[in-house]
Design a protein around this ligand. Structure first.
Ligand code: CAA
Ligand code: FAD
Length: 379
């Protein structure tokens, strides 16, 4: 068993840490308050190679392992989870999906600009009436010979208005249920495709979340991903890796809040001594540190399994379930340790507490992770 990161992984971790400190931290409060998408920062993340981290260099990616990706997600999320979700979606849902299952022509046309960060992608599975119950897709794609006619609405789409390329899941043959679902590559600007207004959210307010409307959009046949009927499996396989990314995001949020609370507890005094010297506070810090370390082990192990080419469905869901709970618990305690100061924006922890909540909801709620885990352990 090896608990040490390689020289290269340490370098990547440091680069992400520096980026988060120097590029994300200034303005993070303002972006949250005004729901401002971190456009400039995302462009720089692309230049650093952080938007196509695991993609082969021949498709303009960085050719790195999943563990390096997790390290980057963790570091960025310590400071700004609105920026890190862009990295997560582009890497593990969009680029992974295209590289693993796309044709050469699709990779040439769509993967290259996405992996280099020239363009951003979005992954569109959820609908107003189909969230957790993802097989009940209402969006339809009617086979018209050399194209599909796409109709329907997608909800809650991250990078909704900022993306150029959308991977859209739709039902082509309802009688076949999940085996009649397909995945399509849709371009922004295709006739009949419109983007709804940005959602006004509790957390990750800087990230862009929109509904998408498809009204008789003609999608060329060559834009279908995989064999006919592969769309639901495509979504599930892609989400397996996505869940590791969100687990790393949760781990980063928890670590960021813990580090701020630790420093604060050493400086803030009450009853003549630092509050860290009161056992009630010291024990909170002990619990937070322990939970974070346990979450880190689960997240790193899931990434390691993926890098080894071993199954990671179970490990990924466990990592997401646990790390997201830790993110919630730790950020609540970080606010508590700050007392009244924790309740105002300047101290960052209230934002982290709001941001943490989404990690228990998207890419499969905690209840859905328990479904996946229980099915795996009962197999
Ligand atoms: N890999 C491959 N195939 C899989 C699979 C996997 N991990 N999981 C399921 N399948 C296949 C099954 O084998 C089955 O196919 P066959 O009948 O051909 O064998 C088919 O999919 C249906 O499987 P189930 O019967 O298990 O389906 P279900 O209706 O019980 O649902 C579920 C399973 C796990 C709950 C699934 O619906 C699910 O994951 N729901 C959550 C949706 C979700 O995570 N959405 C996230 C949207 S993206 C997002 O959120 C991005 C973001 O925020 C940034
Ligand atoms: P529902 O499925 O209606 O669930 C409601 C509640 O019931 C939850 O607590 C759920 O856990 C529980 N529940 C449902 N079924 C069961 C069951 N069988 N057993 C036990 N409990 C159950 N989706 C995308 O496709 N792409 C994106 O980029 C994307 N980004 C998002 C960004 C944000 C900010 C948000 C809020 C959501 C995003 N989503 C995205 C959607 C997200 O994946 C869904 O919200 C999530 O999967 C839950 O679906 P739902 O909201 O319809 O809740």
């Amino acid at each position: 068993m090896q608990f040490q990161l390689s020289e290269e992984q340490l370098m990547i971790q440091q680069a992400a840490r520096d980026f988060a400190q120097h590029e994300l931290k200034p303005g993070v409060i303002e972006r949250d308050e005004h729901q401002k998408f971190p456009a400039e920062q995302v462009k720089k993340l692309g230049e650093l190679g952080f938007l196509g981290m695991m993609v082969d260099e021949k498709y303009h990616g960085s050719g790195l392992d999943a563990l390096s990706y997790v390290l980057v997600m963790e570091e960025l999320s310590k400071i700004d989870a609105s920026a890190s979700v862009v990295v997560s979606v582009n890497n593990s849902l969009v680029c992974y999906g295209l590289e693993a299952y796309g044709t050469e022509a699709q990779k040439e046309k769509y993967l290259k600009p996405l992996a280099s960060g020239e363009q951003i992608g979005a992954f569109c599975l959820s609908e107003p009436e189909a969230g957790s119950d993802a097989t009940s897709q209402q969006t339809t794609a009617e086979d018209k010979g050399d194209y599909y006619l796409l109709n329907g609405t997608k909800n809650w789409i991250t990078n909704g208005s900022t993306a150029s390329v959308y991977l859209v899941i739709a039902q082509t043959d309802r009688s076949l249920k999940h085996r009649g679902i397909n995945a399509f590559i849709v371009e922004k600007g295709m006739e009949g495709f419109t983007v709804g207004p940005k959602e006004n959210k509790l957390g990750i307010r800087g990230s862009d979340t929109n509904s998408l409307m498809f009204n008789d959009v003609k999608v060329p046949k060559e834009n279908r991903i995989g064999e006919d009927g592969f769309g639901f499996k495509f979504a599930m396989k892609t989400l397996e890796g996505g869940r590791i990314g969100i687990a790393a995001q949760a781990l980063g949020i928890a670590t960021g809040a813990y580090e701020i609370a630790l420093e604060y507890a050493k400086q803030r005094k009450s009853f003549g001594k630092p509050i860290a010297d009161h056992q009630a506070i010291a024990f909170k810090l002990a619990d937070m540190a322990t939970q974070i370390e346990a979450a880190r082990m689960l997240v790193y192990k899931a990434a390691w399994l993926k890098d080894q080419g071993q199954p990671y469905t179970l490990a990924g869901s466990m990592a997401k379930l646990y790390a997201s709970k830790v993110a919630m618990d730790v950020t609540v305690e970080a606010v508590q340790i700050h007392g009244g100061y924790g309740f105002v924006k300047e101290y960052h922890v209230e934002r982290m507490m709001r941001d943490a909540k989404i990690t228990q909801i998207y890419e499969g709620t905690s209840e859905i992770q328990k479904m996946v885990i229980s099915r795996e352990v009962l197999k």
